[in-house]
Design a protein around this ligand. Structure first.
Ligand code: ZN
Length: 285
């Protein structure tokens, strides 16, 4: 099944982050006929924003997103730093031509912004997340850059994201952007939401206006590392065609973005990983 338009293949550049810098990754994607990528901020910073934007253009690539803004919870004294950091992320997304800035919102302040005093108050962290997104939304609206909240699996609630289900992310969207004007939505990453018994209904609830990105990989059993043991599509237990079907029914027409953090896949040559992504995207995703 070949899909050039909706659900066409995009490579999240973290998938091959250990095999080359961003310029090398974008050139390799283009060589493989891959039409879209989603770069990470640190990879962009390593080569420079102007050079990264030029490499996107010169290779004829589209973006499926920009990773990432967020990490809102912090010591109150650092609020301006967090705000400015996120505004810069919006501006970089704009310079690169991204369709959305993905937000990983952060967990407890001491992990989200190291150096912040330790706390166990996850409710307070969630309030800071909501306030932070509300504030960033003004800047993002002015820039015309949609924000995509990515709910993360609950195992990351302490250190990476205290938004842990699609329902929770959509509730945030409804409170902060009740008009559903396209400024705020969600990134659906199968790794984080595949287990959700209400996933189909939640994707339907999100609808076209809120579905801004679709990240794919697979869930391995057993999972050896909480962060860096994601599976290649087809190697695990996620029913990818089923979830893709729900996304299509809801009106999503963007890319299938392969995002695999895996020590195993980082140890293979970039060409092998990209060729495998192409094959698996065609065969099982
Ligand atoms: Zn993701």
């Amino acid at each position: 099944m070949k899909r050039d338009g909706a659900f066409g293949l995009s490579i999240n550049t973290a998938t091959v982050r250990r095999q080359g810098d961003l310029v090398a990754i974008l050139a390799a994607c283009a060589r493989h006929g891959i039409g879209a990528v989603a770069p990470w901020r640190d990879q962009v910073a390593a080569v420079g924003l102007a050079r990264a934007a030029r490499a996107v253009r010169d290779n004829g690539l589209a973006l499926s997103g920009y990773c990432r803004g967020g990490m809102f919870p912090s010591d109150p004294s650092r609020r301006a730093e967090v705000r400015d950091d996120n505004r810069r992320a919006v501006d970089e997304a704009l310079a690169l031509g991204a369709p959305c800035l993905v937000l990983v919102v952060g967990g407890l302040p001491q992990f989200s912004r190291p150096g912040s005093p330790p706390t166990r108050d996850i409710a307070m962290a969630r309030t800071q997340v909501e306030d932070g997104i509300a504030e960033l939304l003004d800047h993002a609206r002015d820039a015309g850059m949609p924000l995509a909240i990515e709910p993360l699996h609950p195992m990351y609630a302490a250190d990476r994201s205290c938004v842990n289900s699609l329902a929770q992310a959509l509730d945030l969207c409804d409170r902060l952007d009740p008009a559903r004007g396209g400024a705020l939505g969600v990134a659906v990453d199968v790794y984080h939401v595949w287990w959700d018994p209400d996933l189909q209904a939640r994707i339907a609830r999100a609808g076209q206006e809120r579905l801004l990105a679709f990240h794919i990989c697979d869930w391995l059993v057993p999972t050896a590392d909480l962060l860096d043991d994601r599976g290649m599509m087809g190697d695990g237990v996620i029913d990818l065609p089923c979830i893709r079907g729900w996304m299509a029914e809801a009106g999503f027409a963007g890319h299938s973005e392969v995002e695999i953090f895996s020590k195993r896949w980082w140890s293979h040559p970039m060409e092998v990983v990209l060729a495998t992504c192409i094959d698996r995207h065609r065969a099982v995703a």
